[in-house]
Write a protein that binds this ligand. Structure first.
Ligand code: PLP
Length: 380
């Protein structure tokens, strides 16, 4: 099977696996004061530094969580509790959009969802109008979209939000470990990430809270006071050291991997367009993550295409919410029809994708689309 679903989850990096296995072979609760506990705490500290080095932030700004869903929940709930409205974009992951809806329910006017243009870029005019009232507590905008890979230019959002006294949160889950990120330059207040998107294990992630951010104390999990009281519960030492090792490896190979993966993705798209000329690359005209191709095959249902190429692991819509029968809210927000949304397949490449993978998958995809079209024509 050719695995082209890195946006759903990336394969575990060998360095992360080794770190995890080593951690599992040792005993120790990172909160215990004896030597075994201190050793576990030392391993967690190292992972915190490895992640901080990837993001160029201070290790003390990192709160380890169970993943980006939890980090997003924590960030939005605390930031919204400052008082004021919550602004986000129409193309966010459900972990943002559903959380935003849940915490603002009943408060009319408390949630502003920015529309996006045909490429998935948020409407800054609507943002300016929302910020004009100076009662916005937080603006949450993702750095890279999970379905299309489209990147958000956060700099103008951060500037106008900060000028209006609002905090900025970014869901950087698909961006971290794939493109260089410098928190000293980006100047967001809060950032969410998840280890399994960049070669760490599933079930561990982080919320970064910049040092000078004043947030009401709003932990989701209350108990033993771990993570400076922000996330109680015994630390997932093995998961955290796996995250750290993956962050370290990603940081050391970031630029070369990004270039190599973008070349493979571009070759994949060029071949795809040559073999299936009427296909449409979503977000194809704007800056995207290196490894993502969201492609619409007009009139050809994505689930039929996927079923016709069992040797290629890709996804229809967003795999994060797979099984959900509703069409992609991201593509609908970008102005696509429901039919087009249902005819869209996402291929996502990553650090271990090879040229051979691309060659094999292109043949499989072109053949699958052709066979589905032939069946549709025969039964029309
Ligand atoms: N945010 C984005 C943009 C994602 O792509 C995902 C993917 O699952 C999540 C949040 C949720 O992350 P997690 O699986 O760590 O909860």
């Amino acid at each position: 099977v050719v695995y082209l679903d890195y946006n759903a989850t990336a394969p575990l990096r060998p360095e992360a696996l080794e770190a995890i296995l080593t951690a599992f072979h040792r005993v120790g609760n990172a909160s215990s004061l004896h030597q075994a506990g201190r050793d576990a705490a030392t391993r967690v500290d190292k992972a915190r530094r490895q992640l901080a080095d990837l993001l160029n932030c201070h290790p003390g700004e990192i709160i380890f969580t169970s993943g980006a869903t939890e980090a997003n929940n924590l960030a939005l709930r605390a930031a919204y509790a400052r008082g004021g409205r919550l602004v986000t974009t129409a193309v966010e992951h459900p972990a943002i959009l559903e959380t935003a809806r849940a915490i603002t329910v009943g408060a009319s006017d408390a949630l502003v969802v920015l529309p996006v243009d045909k490429d998935g870029t948020p409407d800054l005019g609507v943002l300016d109008a929302a910020l004009d009232r100076s009662d916005v507590s937080v603006v949450s905008a993702m750095l890279a979209n999970n379905e299309t890979g489209v990147l958000t230019d956060l700099a103008p959002i951060v500037k106008t939000a900060h000028d209006a006294g609002a905090l900025v949160h970014t869901d950087a889950t698909q961006y971290v470990g794939r493109l260089p990120l410098d928190l000293a330059e980006l100047e967001v207040d809060l950032l969410s990430l998840s280890a399994h998107k960049f070669g760490g294990p599933q079930g561990v992630g982080a919320l970064v809270v910049r040092r000078d951010t004043s947030l009401p104390y709003m932990p989701l999990l209350i108990g033993g006071g771990q993570e400076r009281g922000w996330r109680a519960g015994t630390l997932n030492v093995a998961g955290i050291v796996g995250l750290g090792a993956a962050a370290d490896t990603a940081r050391r190979h970031l630029e070369e991997e990004a270039i190599r993966v973008a070349e493979l993705r571009d070759a994949f798209e060029a071949e795809l367009i040559a073999r299936v000329p009427d296909c449409v690359i979503n977000g194809g005209g704007v800056a995207r993550l290196p490894g993502v191709t969201s492609v619409t095959f007009p009139g050809v249902p994505a689930d039929a295409v996927l079923a016709a190429m069992p040797d290629v692991a890709a996804s229809d819509g967003s795999a994060c919410a797979s099984g959900a029968p509703s069409p992609s809210h991201v593509l609908l927000a970008m102005g696509r029809s429901r039919d087009d949304a249902d005819s869209t397949v996402r291929f996502s490449l990553g650090y271990a994708t090879s040229r051979r993978d691309i060659e094999r998958s292109i043949v499989a995809v072109a053949s699958a689309v052709g066979r589905v079209r032939a069946v549709l024509a025969a039964t029309a």
